[in-house]
Design a protein around this ligand. Structure first.
Ligand code: S3P
Length: 424
Protein backbone atom coordinates (compact mmCIF):
# COMPACT_ATOMS: atom_id res chain seq x y z
CA UNK A 1 0.00 0.00 0.00
CA UNK A 2 1.30 3.47 -0.92
CA UNK A 3 0.99 6.66 1.15
CA UNK A 4 1.67 10.24 0.00
CA UNK A 5 1.68 13.59 1.71
CA UNK A 6 -1.81 14.77 2.64
CA UNK A 7 -2.85 18.45 2.91
CA UNK A 8 -4.99 18.07 6.03
CA UNK A 9 -7.08 15.58 8.03
CA UNK A 10 -10.44 16.67 9.39
CA UNK A 11 -13.53 15.08 10.87
CA UNK A 12 -14.97 12.84 13.55
CA UNK A 13 -14.33 9.14 14.12
CA UNK A 14 -15.60 6.25 16.18
CA UNK A 15 -12.71 3.89 16.80
CA UNK A 16 -13.13 0.15 17.36
CA UNK A 17 -13.41 -1.49 20.76
CA UNK A 18 -10.52 -2.00 23.14
CA UNK A 19 -8.49 -5.10 22.34
CA UNK A 20 -7.51 -5.89 25.93
CA UNK A 21 -11.06 -5.54 27.24
CA UNK A 22 -12.49 -7.57 24.32
CA UNK A 23 -10.16 -10.54 24.99
CA UNK A 24 -10.99 -10.52 28.68
CA UNK A 25 -14.73 -10.34 28.01
CA UNK A 26 -14.55 -13.63 26.04
CA UNK A 27 -12.46 -15.40 28.65
CA UNK A 28 -14.49 -14.32 31.67
CA UNK A 29 -17.80 -14.82 29.87
CA UNK A 30 -16.70 -18.36 28.93
CA UNK A 31 -16.05 -19.42 32.53
CA UNK A 32 -18.94 -17.47 34.05
CA UNK A 33 -22.40 -18.80 34.76
CA UNK A 34 -25.24 -17.50 32.63
CA UNK A 35 -25.08 -15.08 29.76
CA UNK A 36 -22.49 -12.39 29.15
CA UNK A 37 -23.37 -9.74 26.58
CA UNK A 38 -20.55 -7.71 25.09
CA UNK A 39 -21.25 -4.42 23.31
CA UNK A 40 -18.53 -2.78 21.21
CA UNK A 41 -16.44 -5.97 20.92
CA UNK A 42 -13.37 -5.53 18.71
CA UNK A 43 -13.90 -7.45 15.50
CA UNK A 44 -10.16 -7.83 14.94
CA UNK A 45 -8.24 -11.01 14.20
CA UNK A 46 -6.68 -11.22 17.69
CA UNK A 47 -9.98 -11.13 19.56
CA UNK A 48 -11.58 -13.51 17.06
CA UNK A 49 -8.72 -15.92 17.90
CA UNK A 50 -9.75 -15.77 21.57
CA UNK A 51 -13.37 -16.31 20.58
CA UNK A 52 -12.55 -19.35 18.43
CA UNK A 53 -10.31 -20.94 21.05
CA UNK A 54 -13.13 -20.88 23.62
CA UNK A 55 -15.63 -22.13 21.04
CA UNK A 56 -13.26 -25.07 20.58
CA UNK A 57 -13.63 -25.72 24.31
CA UNK A 58 -17.39 -26.08 24.01
CA UNK A 59 -18.45 -22.51 24.76
CA UNK A 60 -21.44 -21.29 22.75
CA UNK A 61 -20.60 -17.77 21.53
CA UNK A 62 -22.88 -15.87 19.14
CA UNK A 63 -21.62 -12.81 17.29
CA UNK A 64 -23.98 -10.70 15.21
CA UNK A 65 -21.53 -7.83 14.52
CA UNK A 66 -22.97 -5.52 17.17
CA UNK A 67 -23.24 -7.81 20.17
CA UNK A 68 -21.38 -10.87 21.35
CA UNK A 69 -23.45 -13.26 23.45
CA UNK A 70 -21.50 -15.80 25.48
CA UNK A 71 -23.34 -18.70 27.06
CA UNK A 72 -20.90 -19.36 29.89
CA UNK A 73 -19.88 -22.92 30.77
CA UNK A 74 -19.12 -22.04 34.40
CA UNK A 75 -15.75 -22.22 36.15
CA UNK A 76 -15.37 -25.98 35.67
CA UNK A 77 -17.32 -26.47 32.45
CA UNK A 78 -14.71 -26.07 29.68
CA UNK A 79 -14.29 -29.14 27.45
CA UNK A 80 -11.08 -30.62 26.08
CA UNK A 81 -10.37 -28.57 22.91
CA UNK A 82 -11.51 -30.15 19.66
CA UNK A 83 -7.97 -29.71 18.26
CA UNK A 84 -4.91 -27.51 18.61
CA UNK A 85 -5.77 -23.99 19.79
CA UNK A 86 -4.54 -21.49 17.18
CA UNK A 87 -3.97 -18.02 18.65
CA UNK A 88 -2.80 -16.47 15.36
CA UNK A 89 -0.81 -13.31 16.15
CA UNK A 90 -2.25 -12.83 19.65
CA UNK A 91 0.08 -12.72 22.66
CA UNK A 92 -2.83 -11.79 24.91
CA UNK A 93 -4.78 -14.92 23.94
CA UNK A 94 -1.69 -17.09 24.47
CA UNK A 95 -0.71 -15.76 27.86
CA UNK A 96 -4.11 -15.19 29.48
CA UNK A 97 -5.64 -18.42 28.19
CA UNK A 98 -2.61 -20.39 29.46
CA UNK A 99 -3.53 -19.36 33.01
CA UNK A 100 -6.98 -20.89 32.54
CA UNK A 101 -5.75 -24.00 30.70
CA UNK A 102 -3.16 -24.74 33.40
CA UNK A 103 -6.00 -25.66 35.78
CA UNK A 104 -8.29 -27.66 33.47
CA UNK A 105 -8.72 -31.45 33.67
CA UNK A 106 -7.38 -31.93 30.12
CA UNK A 107 -4.32 -31.35 27.97
CA UNK A 108 -4.20 -28.59 25.38
CA UNK A 109 -1.76 -27.46 22.71
CA UNK A 110 -1.35 -23.83 21.61
CA UNK A 111 0.10 -22.72 18.27
CA UNK A 112 0.30 -19.36 16.51
CA UNK A 113 1.91 -17.48 13.61
CA UNK A 114 5.63 -16.89 13.01
CA UNK A 115 5.62 -13.82 15.28
CA UNK A 116 3.94 -15.65 18.19
CA UNK A 117 6.44 -18.53 17.88
CA UNK A 118 9.26 -16.06 18.66
CA UNK A 119 7.66 -14.34 21.66
CA UNK A 120 8.88 -15.18 25.17
CA UNK A 121 6.63 -17.48 27.19
CA UNK A 122 9.08 -18.18 30.02
CA UNK A 123 7.60 -15.14 31.74
CA UNK A 124 4.33 -17.06 32.23
CA UNK A 125 5.85 -20.56 32.48
CA UNK A 126 7.95 -19.62 35.54
CA UNK A 127 5.06 -18.47 37.76
CA UNK A 128 2.74 -21.19 36.45
CA UNK A 129 5.35 -23.85 37.31
CA UNK A 130 5.55 -22.39 40.82
CA UNK A 131 1.78 -22.88 41.08
CA UNK A 132 2.19 -26.55 40.14
CA UNK A 133 1.31 -26.25 36.44
CA UNK A 134 2.63 -28.57 33.74
CA UNK A 135 3.36 -26.25 30.81
CA UNK A 136 6.13 -26.93 28.32
CA UNK A 137 7.44 -25.40 25.14
CA UNK A 138 7.30 -28.04 22.41
CA UNK A 139 10.57 -26.90 20.79
CA UNK A 140 12.30 -26.33 24.13
CA UNK A 141 12.85 -22.63 23.33
CA UNK A 142 10.35 -21.17 25.84
CA UNK A 143 8.10 -20.07 22.97
CA UNK A 144 4.93 -21.48 21.39
CA UNK A 145 3.89 -24.16 20.50
CA UNK A 146 2.98 -24.80 24.14
CA UNK A 147 1.66 -28.00 25.68
CA UNK A 148 -0.39 -27.56 28.84
CA UNK A 149 -1.42 -30.57 30.92
CA UNK A 150 -3.99 -29.29 33.39
CA UNK A 151 -3.13 -29.82 37.08
CA UNK A 152 -4.46 -28.82 40.49
CA UNK A 153 -2.79 -25.49 41.28
CA UNK A 154 -1.71 -23.81 44.49
CA UNK A 155 -1.76 -20.10 45.30
CA UNK A 156 1.57 -18.25 45.29
CA UNK A 157 2.99 -14.80 45.71
CA UNK A 158 4.87 -13.77 42.59
CA UNK A 159 7.26 -10.85 42.25
CA UNK A 160 7.13 -10.21 38.53
CA UNK A 161 10.37 -8.90 37.02
CA UNK A 162 8.33 -7.13 34.29
CA UNK A 163 5.37 -4.76 34.41
CA UNK A 164 3.18 -6.87 32.13
CA UNK A 165 -0.59 -7.12 32.26
CA UNK A 166 -0.40 -10.37 30.30
CA UNK A 167 1.83 -11.98 32.93
CA UNK A 168 -0.24 -10.55 35.79
CA UNK A 169 -3.52 -11.64 34.20
CA UNK A 170 -2.23 -15.14 33.43
CA UNK A 171 -1.37 -15.62 37.10
CA UNK A 172 -4.71 -14.14 38.23
CA UNK A 173 -6.67 -16.49 35.93
CA UNK A 174 -4.69 -19.44 37.30
CA UNK A 175 -5.21 -18.06 40.82
CA UNK A 176 -8.95 -18.22 40.28
CA UNK A 177 -8.60 -22.03 40.27
CA UNK A 178 -5.80 -22.35 42.87
CA UNK A 179 -5.91 -23.72 46.35
CA UNK A 180 -5.39 -20.57 48.45
CA UNK A 181 -4.72 -16.95 47.77
CA UNK A 182 -2.56 -15.71 44.87
CA UNK A 183 -0.86 -12.34 44.63
CA UNK A 184 1.34 -10.62 42.06
CA UNK A 185 3.61 -7.62 42.56
CA UNK A 186 4.90 -5.76 39.52
CA UNK A 187 7.68 -3.16 39.27
CA UNK A 188 5.15 -0.63 37.93
CA UNK A 189 1.39 -0.90 37.62
CA UNK A 190 0.34 -2.35 34.25
CA UNK A 191 -3.15 -2.09 32.74
CA UNK A 192 -5.81 -3.22 35.22
CA UNK A 193 -8.67 -4.38 32.96
CA UNK A 194 -8.51 -7.92 34.38
CA UNK A 195 -8.88 -6.66 37.93
CA UNK A 196 -11.82 -4.37 37.06
CA UNK A 197 -13.60 -7.07 35.09
CA UNK A 198 -13.05 -9.76 37.72
CA UNK A 199 -14.61 -7.40 40.25
CA UNK A 200 -17.71 -6.95 38.10
CA UNK A 201 -18.03 -10.75 37.66
CA UNK A 202 -18.02 -11.09 41.47
CA UNK A 203 -14.48 -12.36 42.05
CA UNK A 204 -12.81 -11.24 45.30
CA UNK A 205 -9.79 -9.23 44.11
CA UNK A 206 -7.94 -6.28 45.60
CA UNK A 207 -5.09 -3.98 44.66
CA UNK A 208 -2.62 -2.25 46.94
CA UNK A 209 0.11 -0.25 45.25
CA UNK A 210 1.46 -2.55 42.55
CA UNK A 211 0.27 -5.76 44.25
CA UNK A 212 -2.93 -7.52 43.21
CA UNK A 213 -4.44 -10.30 45.34
CA UNK A 214 -7.08 -12.78 44.23
CA UNK A 215 -9.08 -15.24 46.31
CA UNK A 216 -10.37 -18.28 44.41
CA UNK A 217 -14.00 -17.77 43.51
CA UNK A 218 -16.87 -20.26 43.66
CA UNK A 219 -18.34 -18.82 40.52
CA UNK A 220 -18.34 -15.88 38.12
CA UNK A 221 -21.67 -14.29 37.27
CA UNK A 222 -22.34 -13.39 33.60
CA UNK A 223 -22.32 -9.63 32.92
CA UNK A 224 -23.20 -6.97 30.41
CA UNK A 225 -19.92 -5.45 29.21
CA UNK A 226 -19.54 -2.12 27.40
CA UNK A 227 -16.18 -2.14 25.63
CA UNK A 228 -14.69 1.36 25.35
CA UNK A 229 -12.93 2.54 22.17
CA UNK A 230 -9.29 1.49 22.15
CA UNK A 231 -6.92 4.32 23.08
CA UNK A 232 -4.15 2.36 21.35
CA UNK A 233 -6.12 2.67 18.08
CA UNK A 234 -7.07 6.30 18.80
CA UNK A 235 -3.36 7.05 19.19
CA UNK A 236 -2.78 6.99 15.40
CA UNK A 237 -5.41 9.67 14.86
CA UNK A 238 -4.28 11.69 17.88
CA UNK A 239 -0.81 11.89 16.37
CA UNK A 240 -2.14 12.38 12.82
CA UNK A 241 -4.21 15.38 13.95
CA UNK A 242 -1.25 16.93 15.78
CA UNK A 243 1.37 16.59 13.02
CA UNK A 244 -0.66 17.09 9.83
CA UNK A 245 -1.13 20.75 8.75
CA UNK A 246 -4.56 22.42 9.04
CA UNK A 247 -6.11 19.43 10.85
CA UNK A 248 -8.71 18.92 13.52
CA UNK A 249 -9.88 15.41 14.47
CA UNK A 250 -12.37 14.33 17.11
CA UNK A 251 -12.22 10.71 18.27
CA UNK A 252 -15.31 9.55 20.12
CA UNK A 253 -15.74 7.23 23.08
CA UNK A 254 -12.06 6.59 23.79
CA UNK A 255 -11.17 4.47 26.83
CA UNK A 256 -9.10 6.60 29.23
CA UNK A 257 -8.44 4.10 32.02
CA UNK A 258 -5.61 5.74 34.04
CA UNK A 259 -3.42 2.65 33.48
CA UNK A 260 -3.64 3.27 29.72
CA UNK A 261 -3.66 7.04 29.25
CA UNK A 262 0.10 7.75 29.12
CA UNK A 263 -0.05 9.07 25.57
CA UNK A 264 -2.37 11.90 26.66
CA UNK A 265 0.13 12.98 29.31
CA UNK A 266 2.93 12.91 26.71
CA UNK A 267 0.95 14.95 24.19
CA UNK A 268 0.20 17.56 26.88
CA UNK A 269 3.86 17.63 27.94
CA UNK A 270 4.91 18.17 24.30
CA UNK A 271 2.53 21.13 24.02
CA UNK A 272 -0.09 19.43 21.82
CA UNK A 273 -3.47 21.07 21.33
CA UNK A 274 -5.73 18.37 22.83
CA UNK A 275 -9.07 18.64 24.59
CA UNK A 276 -11.56 16.29 26.20
CA UNK A 277 -15.36 16.25 26.29
CA UNK A 278 -18.24 13.91 27.17
CA UNK A 279 -16.26 12.35 30.01
CA UNK A 280 -17.99 9.27 31.45
CA UNK A 281 -16.74 7.55 34.58
CA UNK A 282 -19.07 4.52 34.68
CA UNK A 283 -17.00 1.33 34.61
CA UNK A 284 -14.06 1.81 32.25
CA UNK A 285 -13.85 5.63 31.87
CA UNK A 286 -14.27 7.13 28.38
CA UNK A 287 -14.32 10.54 26.68
CA UNK A 288 -14.20 12.21 23.27
CA UNK A 289 -10.78 13.56 22.33
CA UNK A 290 -10.16 16.48 19.95
CA UNK A 291 -6.72 17.28 18.57
CA UNK A 292 -5.53 20.09 16.32
CA UNK A 293 -2.35 20.79 14.39
CA UNK A 294 0.26 21.82 16.98
CA UNK A 295 3.75 23.15 17.54
CA UNK A 296 5.39 20.40 19.58
CA UNK A 297 8.49 20.16 21.76
CA UNK A 298 10.38 16.95 22.56
CA UNK A 299 10.33 15.45 26.06
CA UNK A 300 11.64 12.58 28.19
CA UNK A 301 9.41 9.49 28.54
CA UNK A 302 10.56 7.04 31.21
CA UNK A 303 9.73 5.06 34.36
CA UNK A 304 6.24 4.30 35.55
CA UNK A 305 4.53 5.93 32.56
CA UNK A 306 6.01 3.31 30.20
CA UNK A 307 3.44 0.51 30.84
CA UNK A 308 0.68 3.13 30.40
CA UNK A 309 1.74 3.80 26.80
CA UNK A 310 3.75 0.74 25.84
CA UNK A 311 1.70 -0.02 22.71
CA UNK A 312 1.71 3.64 21.66
CA UNK A 313 5.50 4.05 21.57
CA UNK A 314 5.79 3.33 17.81
CA UNK A 315 3.41 6.20 16.97
CA UNK A 316 4.92 8.39 19.71
CA UNK A 317 8.27 7.90 17.92
CA UNK A 318 6.62 9.30 14.78
CA UNK A 319 5.21 12.20 16.83
CA UNK A 320 8.68 12.96 18.20
CA UNK A 321 10.05 13.32 14.63
CA UNK A 322 7.67 16.28 14.22
CA UNK A 323 8.57 17.95 17.54
CA UNK A 324 11.28 20.55 18.08
CA UNK A 325 14.25 19.30 20.08
CA UNK A 326 15.02 15.91 21.54
CA UNK A 327 12.70 13.17 22.76
CA UNK A 328 14.25 10.42 24.87
CA UNK A 329 12.35 7.16 25.50
CA UNK A 330 13.85 5.00 28.29
CA UNK A 331 12.89 1.92 30.35
CA UNK A 332 11.09 0.42 27.37
CA UNK A 333 13.14 -2.74 26.64
CA UNK A 334 9.81 -4.62 26.51
CA UNK A 335 9.39 -3.15 23.02
CA UNK A 336 11.91 -5.70 21.77
CA UNK A 337 9.53 -8.61 22.51
CA UNK A 338 6.29 -7.29 21.04
CA UNK A 339 4.81 -8.49 17.71
CA UNK A 340 8.15 -7.34 16.26
CA UNK A 341 11.25 -5.76 17.82
CA UNK A 342 9.65 -2.33 17.89
CA UNK A 343 12.86 -0.47 18.82
CA UNK A 344 14.66 -1.84 15.77
CA UNK A 345 11.70 -1.50 13.42
CA UNK A 346 10.96 2.12 14.37
CA UNK A 347 14.60 3.21 14.39
CA UNK A 348 15.55 1.50 11.10
CA UNK A 349 12.43 2.54 9.21
CA UNK A 350 12.26 6.12 10.49
CA UNK A 351 15.98 6.45 9.69
CA UNK A 352 15.19 5.21 6.18
CA UNK A 353 12.67 8.08 5.96
CA UNK A 354 15.34 10.60 6.93
CA UNK A 355 14.66 10.97 10.67
CA UNK A 356 17.42 11.56 13.22
CA UNK A 357 16.73 8.61 15.53
CA UNK A 358 19.05 6.30 17.47
CA UNK A 359 18.30 3.05 19.26
CA UNK A 360 19.40 2.62 22.87
CA UNK A 361 19.39 -0.47 25.12
CA UNK A 362 15.92 0.30 26.42
CA UNK A 363 14.40 2.81 24.03
CA UNK A 364 15.38 5.47 21.52
CA UNK A 365 16.54 9.07 21.12
CA UNK A 366 14.88 11.23 18.50
CA UNK A 367 16.00 14.67 17.36
CA UNK A 368 12.87 16.05 15.74
CA UNK A 369 12.37 18.60 13.02
CA UNK A 370 13.80 16.94 9.90
CA UNK A 371 11.53 16.62 6.88
CA UNK A 372 10.75 12.95 6.27
CA UNK A 373 10.76 11.33 2.84
CA UNK A 374 9.14 8.14 1.60
CA UNK A 375 10.70 4.69 1.92
CA UNK A 376 9.70 1.04 1.62
CA UNK A 377 8.60 -0.28 5.02
CA UNK A 378 8.09 -3.94 5.87
CA UNK A 379 5.57 -4.21 8.70
CA UNK A 380 7.01 -7.59 9.86
CA UNK A 381 3.64 -9.07 10.99
CA UNK A 382 3.20 -6.07 13.31
CA UNK A 383 -0.04 -4.09 13.00
CA UNK A 384 1.34 -1.16 15.00
CA UNK A 385 4.32 -0.77 12.67
CA UNK A 386 1.97 -0.67 9.66
CA UNK A 387 -0.34 1.97 11.22
CA UNK A 388 2.54 4.12 12.50
CA UNK A 389 4.16 4.31 9.07
CA UNK A 390 0.86 5.03 7.34
CA UNK A 391 0.63 8.20 9.47
CA UNK A 392 4.31 9.02 8.87
CA UNK A 393 3.80 8.48 5.11
CA UNK A 394 0.96 11.02 5.03
CA UNK A 395 3.43 13.59 6.32
CA UNK A 396 6.47 12.71 4.21
CA UNK A 397 7.73 13.78 0.77
CA UNK A 398 7.39 11.26 -2.03
CA UNK A 399 5.92 7.77 -1.64
CA UNK A 400 5.93 5.53 1.40
CA UNK A 401 5.19 1.91 0.56
CA UNK A 402 4.09 -0.40 3.35
CA UNK A 403 4.56 -4.09 2.72
CA UNK A 404 2.24 -6.22 4.84
CA UNK A 405 -0.15 -3.29 5.34
CA UNK A 406 -3.13 -5.63 5.68
CA UNK A 407 -2.02 -6.88 9.09
CA UNK A 408 -3.98 -3.95 10.61
CA UNK A 409 -6.63 -6.73 10.71
CA UNK A 410 -5.08 -7.72 14.04
CA UNK A 411 -6.50 -4.78 15.95
CA UNK A 412 -8.12 -2.32 13.52
CA UNK A 413 -9.60 -3.82 10.32
CA UNK A 414 -11.19 -0.50 9.26
CA UNK A 415 -8.03 1.57 9.82
CA UNK A 416 -7.45 2.63 6.22
CA UNK A 417 -11.10 3.37 5.47
CA UNK A 418 -11.33 5.48 8.67
CA UNK A 419 -8.18 7.33 7.61
CA UNK A 420 -9.69 7.94 4.16
CA UNK A 421 -12.81 9.49 5.69
CA UNK A 422 -10.61 12.22 7.24
CA UNK A 423 -9.03 13.16 3.89
CA UNK A 424 -12.21 14.41 2.33
C1 S3P B 1 -1.89 -6.42 26.93
C2 S3P B 1 -0.77 -6.11 27.65
C3 S3P B 1 0.45 -5.54 27.05
C4 S3P B 1 0.17 -4.93 25.68
C5 S3P B 1 -0.65 -5.85 24.83
C6 S3P B 1 -1.98 -6.15 25.47
C7 S3P B 1 -3.05 -7.02 27.60
O1 S3P B 1 1.41 -6.57 26.88
O2 S3P B 1 1.40 -4.63 25.05
O3 S3P B 1 -0.88 -5.26 23.56
O4 S3P B 1 -4.16 -7.03 27.04
O5 S3P B 1 -2.88 -7.49 28.74
P1 S3P B 1 2.43 -6.98 28.04
O6 S3P B 1 1.67 -7.60 29.14
O7 S3P B 1 3.37 -7.94 27.38
O8 S3P B 1 3.10 -5.71 28.45
Amino acid sequence: MIFKRVKSLNGELNIPGDKSVSHRSIMMGAIAEGITEVYGFLNGADCISSMNCFRQMGVDIEYDETIVTIHGNGLHGLKKPTGTLDVGNSGTTTRLMSGILAAQPFTSRIIGDASICKRPMKRIMTPLHQMGADITSERGNDCAPLIIKGQPLKGIHYDSPVASAQVKSCILFAGLYADGITSVTEPYLSRNHTELMFQSFGVPISTEGTTVTITPAQKLVGQKIMVPGDISSAAYFIVAGLITPDSCITIKNVGINPTRDGILEVVEKMGGNISYSNVSKDGEPTCDITVQTSELTGCVIEGEIIPKLIDEIPIIAVLACFAKGTTIIKDAAELKVKESNRIDEMVNNLSAMGADITATEDGMIINGGRTLHGAVINSKLDHRIAMSFAIAGLNADGETEIIGADNVETSYPAFYSDLNKLMR
